[in-house]
Ligand binder design. Structure first.
Ligand code: AMP
Length: 214
């Protein structure tokens, strides 16, 4: 099974994807994580991407499309994949359709997750991430037992540079202008499902798994 999950920053795509790929035994391709790994490797592409990410803008299409195509090209050896954070604009969606066709793959579910903007702002500005294992916490909703330390591995917790308030506004603007129009591109497909992600994490997951399996 191949899935596309899209929605605004802070809606919970990463958290829900982690649970979904575990349950379905498929591979998680999280565009933001792939880019952050390229940044910390110090690769040329990573350096190019960093300036855009820090400013809350989209990394140029040629960079992200190439990174996703590499993974889809090699996907015949996995049970399926979940694309989280790709596509994020219309030209990426069109490029995805072309590369799926070329590599003999198709998307079985396109899931759009949404929540009100004040909730997105609150979720993003309180988000803390473990530097060692990547697990996510929230200052108020799911705080770590010990301040600044990951409950799972003891790693140091940090706030993503682009989760600072001055960048969040820009990311939400980019989402509204470039990613939200994907709704019109996908909503008529039989594989399309829309999900209210404003509830608590486990309740949202129950609806998500139902939407994916139905
Ligand atoms: P995320 O972790 O999904 O919130 O992504 C973090 C940042 O990575 C975004 O704000 C963009 O700068 C960049 N990014 C992630 N996915 C894409 C994409 N599909 N196209 C362009 N830039 C992306």
């Amino acid at each position: 099974m191949n899935i596309v999950l899209f929605g605004p920053p802070g809606v919970g795509k990463g958290t829900q994807s982690d649970m979904l790929v575990k349950e379905l035994g498929i591979t998680h391709f999280a565009m933001g994580d792939i880019l952050r790994a390229a940044v910390s490797d110090g690769s040329d592409l990573g350096l190019k991407a960093k300036a855009y990410m820090d400013a809350g803008k989209l990394v140029p299409d040629d960079v992200v499309i190439g990174m996703i195509e590499e993974r889809i090209r090699d996907s015949s050896v996995i049970a399926g994949f979940l694309l989280d954070g790709f596509p994020r604009n219309l030209s990426q969606a069109e490029a995805l359709a072309v590369m799926l066709e070329k590599h003999g793959e198709k998307i079985d579910r396109v899931v759009f997750m949404d929540a009100p903007e004040d909730m997105l702002l609150e979720r993003l500005s309180g988000r803390l991430i473990c530097r060692a294992c990547g697990f996510g916490f929230h200052r108020h909703y799911s705080p770590p037992r010990e301040e600044g330390r990951c409950d799972r591995c003891g790693g140091e917790l940090y706030q993503r540079d682009d989760d600072r308030e001055e960048v969040i506004g820009q990311r939400l603007e980019v989402y509204g202008e470039q990613t939200k129009p994907l709704l019109d591109y996908y909503k008529a497909l039989p594989s399309f499902r829309r999900l209210d992600a404003s509830g608590e994490m486990k309740a949202v997951y129950a609806v998500l798994i139902e939407a994916v399996k139905s």
